[in-house]
Design a protein around this ligand. Structure first.
Ligand SMILES: [Zn+2]
Length: 256
């Protein structure tokens, strides 16, 4: 499946995608909106939580833009979506929800957001950061691109002591998660079989009532089916797993 060249680079930089979620004790999911993790990785989240992995969702924006109903106010929708995320989180075994409340649809990559994420990484010390792939071709949503980029920077810099040094003065320690796992990616290197969890995932998706009609849920299930087909499973979720070394001056990264 991978070229000999990619295998060689993987071995040199210690990248083993298949081990990313194995023995994961803490997973920090950094998502643009309340629903992204559930629809992209809900089956994987359910699997990990059932194995005792602590799962924390950091939702970057407030979700207030996701409506076509003129009678729905920004604040009311934001409140509804938080309750929907809480219900879905309960279904999947997510233990903590953190809300950063940036304005939905207007997110830009900023140092302020990067530092807030670095502080969270140092506080929770995740083994894996889960987020959206900011390099998905044709992704038009700025919140997705910005969240993926800044989450990557937080992953990349959380072990450097002179970055956001205030954390250390407050008693937090530098931390290096082993892997970053991107969902909605053009170049997956890990497929997780979620065939036995598709009903749980559907239930979590259905909790986001303000966002998804039955047709949209069926489309999302179809995506899981098509990804599964590639890997010989009925339903799968797909991830691009990278480590720190892969994320800088690495012109092979898309092939790894
Ligand atoms: Zn989203």
């Amino acid at each position: 499946m991978h070229s000999a060249e990619a295998e060689e680079i993987r071995s040199l930089i210690g990248l083993r995608p298949e081990e990313a979620f194995e023995n994961c004790k803490t997973l920090l999911s950094i998502q643009p909106h309340p629903d992204d993790t559930d629809i992209a990785a809900g089956g994987t989240v359910a699997r990990l939580s059932s194995r005792g992995c602590r799962i924390i969702y950091v939702t970057v924006t407030d979700g207030g833009a996701g409506t076509t109903d003129p009678s729905m106010s920004w604040d009311r929708l934001s409140d509804i979506r938080k309750r929907e995320q809480q219900a879905a989180a309960q279904t999947l075994g997510v233990s903590e929800l953190i809300w950063l409340d940036y304005r939905d649809s207007e997110l830009r990559p900023t140092l302020e957001l990067r530092n807030r994420l670095i502080t969270l990484v140092r506080h929770y010390k995740p083994d894996v950061i889960l987020t959206v792939d900011p390099w998905l071709p044709y992704e038009a949503h700025p919140d997705h691109v910005a969240t993926g980029l800044v989450a990557s920077e937080a992953f990349f810099f959380s072990n450097l002591t002179n970055i956001n040094r205030e954390d250390l003065e407050k008693g937090l320690e530098p931390h290096s998660p082993r892997y970053i796992a991107y969902y909605w990616t053009k170049n997956p290197n890990l497929y997780i079989d979620i065939s036995d969890l598709i009903d749980v995932k559907k239930k979590a998706m259905a909790a986001h009532q303000s966002q998804f009609t039955q047709e949209v849920i069926e489309l999302l299930v179809k995506y899981s089916q098509l990804l599964g087909k590639r890997a010989g499973y009925r339903y799968a979720e797909a991830f691009k797993i990278l480590n720190q070394t892969a994320l800088h001056i690495n012109s092979f990264a898309d092939t790894l």
